[in-house]
Design a binder for this molecule. Structure first.
Ligand SMILES: Nc1ncnc2c1ncn2[C@@H]1O[C@H](COP(=O)(O)OP(=O)(O)OP(=O)(O)O)[C@@H](O)[C@H]1O
Ligand SMILES: [Mg+2]
Length: 367
């Protein structure tokens, strides 16, 4: 068992509240991704779990045991940092064995553990090489290996892939997920990259300014964001936000923004008094706006005429950056066979069943 629980954990640096009343539960064998923009408190959270920093308030439990006063070395946790440093004069084997030798472990046990980790990581052929003869991805794997051989209760990983180039990062991402399943470890994985969070996390905790904004399975955050911050952070390119006024109608609602009028059928809008026109933001993801020529027909769609500012063919899809009447700018991810060209009008079709509504004053989602 290796379960980590944080209760009301707060950490301040002078007047900066790095982490504020954080409640977090990492289940046994879970890969939990902590994601959020720079400075939101991710590293601070990991450092407190590891015991490198003490919380100003709140409690941390590992396997039900309070960690207050427990030294980092006695927590049985391994931390993998972004800027891992391998010992340049030691070969891969000894880089991985070093920590165990320091613990005065028997050399037969050390050898067994290093070989096992090397096998899991696919670096069995590299054990005699020095770090300078390794690629970035291989070095990264050795750094992971150093953590794995210790067989800790919990792994804390702080942006461990951010030094790698894009292609290698994608590869290592998949590999890490595989390794996680294979060793059945509890992992808290920190990243500021929403794609990494979406693809790796069994569960995502999204933070901003030291506070949890939303937690849940990746698709839950994507489909059902609780506020505009979550809606804009998850998904790439980001969700389009259109400011306008919302009025309740007999079968739903009407959204109006600078000459654009959209009927939203079947929206219940519980608890909303929107008879006069409420200030709202309509959110719609680029992937839910199609070139009208390729859009399926359906009642719950809105047509939008706009001028194409940028046309970016990506191969499997094309990104369109357009400006509609009234100056409204919208991004759409459309069929690659689109005939949209720069400077010309294009007709787009948005799937309104996928549209989100937010209260403009609070940023909170309107259900
Ligand atoms: N030792 C410190 N002294 C003063 N302020 C600090 C210290 N460490 C962190 N902070 C502040 O606490 C806040 C949270 O920092 P933290 O390093 O946890 O963010 P992060 O989410 O890891 O960001 P990044 O994605 O950039 O690594 C920031 O405002 C940061 O400036
Ligand atoms: Mg950090």
């Amino acid at each position: 068992m290796a379960e980590v629980i944080l209760k009301g954990v707060t950490k301040k640096y002078g007047r900066t509240v790095a982490v504020s009343g954080l409640d977090l539960e990492v289940k046994d064998k879970e890969l939990l991704v902590l994601v959020g923009p720079s400075g939101c408190g991710k590293t601070t959270t990991l450092r407190m779990i590891a015991g490198l920093d003490d919380p100003d308030d709140g409690e941390i439990f590992i396997d039900g045991k309070p960690m207050k006063g427990v030294e980092p070395k006695d927590r049985d946790i391994a931390m993998v940092f972004q800027n891992y440093a391998l010992y340049p004069h030691m070969d891969v084997y000894n880089n991985m064995a070093f920590g165990l030798k320091m613990q005065k472990m028997q050399s037969s046990e050390i050898e067994a553990r290093v070989k096992e980790a090397a096998k899991i990581l696919g670096i069995e052929d590299l054990l005699e090489r020095k770090p300078k003869a390794l690629s970035g991805g291989q070095k990264q794997r050795v750094a992971l290996g150093r953590a794995i051989v210790r067989k800790p209760r919990v792994f804390l990983m702080d942006e461990p892939l951010s030094n790698l180039d894009a292609k290698l990062r994608v590869q290592m991402r998949a590999e890490l997920s595989r390794i996680h399943k294979r060793i059945g470890a509890t992992i808290v994985y920190v990243t500021h990259d929403q794609t990494e969070a979406m693809t790796m996390g069994e569960r995502i905790v999204l933070m901003k300014d030291g506070l949890i904004q939303q937690q849940g399975e990746p698709m839950q955050l994507y489909d059902d964001p609780v506020n505009m911050f979550v809606a804009g952070f998850i998904g790439s390119p980001s969700m389009n936000f259109i400011e306008g006024k919302l009025t309740k109608t007999y079968d739903g609602a009407r959204f109006e923004a600078g000459g654009l009028e959209i009927a939203l059928h079947g929206r219940r809008l519980d608890g909303i008094e929107a008879t006069e026109g409420l200030d709202v933001v309509l959110g719609i993801r680029p992937e839910h706006i199609e070139d009208a020529q390729f859009a399926p027909s359906g009642a719950h769609r809105a047509v939008l005429e706009a001028t194409a500012d940028v046309v970016e063919p990506m191969g499997s899809e094309t990104l369109l950056y357009v400006t509609a009447k009234g100056g409204m700018q919208v991004t759409a991810k459309v069929n690659p066979s689109t005939r949209a060209v720069f400077g010309k009008l294009v007709t787009l079709s948005a799937d309104l069943d996928k549209a989100h509504l937010f209260d403009r004053a609070t940023g909170l989602a309107i259900k």
